[in-house]
Design a protein around this ligand. Sequence first.
Ligand SMILES: O=C(O)CCC(=O)C(=O)O
Length: 354
Amino acid sequence: MRTVLSSNESVISYICDANSIVDDCWKSTHSIVNMTNFNRDEMWNELEERGYCVVPNVLSIEQCDQYITELKDWAANQNGLDFTHKSSLMSLPRVGHLETIWKIRLQAKQVFAALWGTDKLVSSVDKISMVPPPEEGTGDFDSGYIWLHVDRDGRRRGLHAVQSGIYLEETSLTDQCLRVMEGSVKFTDELFSTHPQACEKSKGKDHYRLSNSEIEWYKSKGCVIKKIPVPKGSMILWDSRIVHDNVKATFGRPNSDRWRFVVFACMMPAQWLSEEDLQIKKYAYENMLLTYMPCLSAGIHKKDPSLPEDLYAIEELPEIAKSKDARQLVGIEKYDFNDGKPNGPKELPKWIPE
Ligand SMILES: O=C(O)CCC(=O)C(=O)O
């Protein structure tokens, strides 16, 4: 059964059927099965307690298969496309503007709308993860590489951003998974307050890679490292204070023909967008660049110098990226904040004083 999204002003609930999920290895590992009647409060409870939550059935199996076909067709026509990367994130210029990625991003908006209580949102146009089975050539299996990080400038305080991954393929524990330190969301402000060098290093970056001793520090707070397997068509939301990375497929895994397809999106209330953010987003859109924080100090991903100069995912913006809905999500088409519909939280998140 498909997810049914019903909305009234403040609460949107998810009704899902756990029987539609074939591989059941995820059932015992986290609380997704209890999330029939999933609603906004539940999402926030999970985000506050664990730092992440899993929303099943955002895309149907048929939609996922269609999008996978489109992405594989696109990839088959790219000369010199290299799928291997230490972090398995594809930062090919313009890749976030592929028509398929826009379709997925626009569908994911409903989940963020439920979360924030408004559909007036701005989004990142982020990297994607598209990883062929290492069994079929690259041999790029989990080798113990760890890149645990927070996507956070250490001067931020409290909740600022909720990130997400939209999964076109099922992911079980031996496939390439998101990995988190559960509960770490509660300690990241303290980490940066008590580790001034870490705070300094993270300044203006919204990305901070933890040292081994900082990982131990989170462990001493009771945070446990955990992989998050998910069913096909689901979405993982995470608070950017959570410590996370991803872990490649395990050698000898049962699903030896399984690809990884994840589209990343971070969406936040559009009324938090400043004039400065808007100028950054306009520049990024006009140049088809990849972005991360969509507001509250919007950020553009730097070009990966290891990529060939002339390799672009697409030549021109697809029509869908020029639609009103897409332009609103980018922030360059204004929402009507006086239409009587909810605008979401107004109060701006906090920063430490300069
Ligand atoms: O690939 C993943 O699941 C995690 C990606 C990640 O760490 C990020 O987007 O910050």
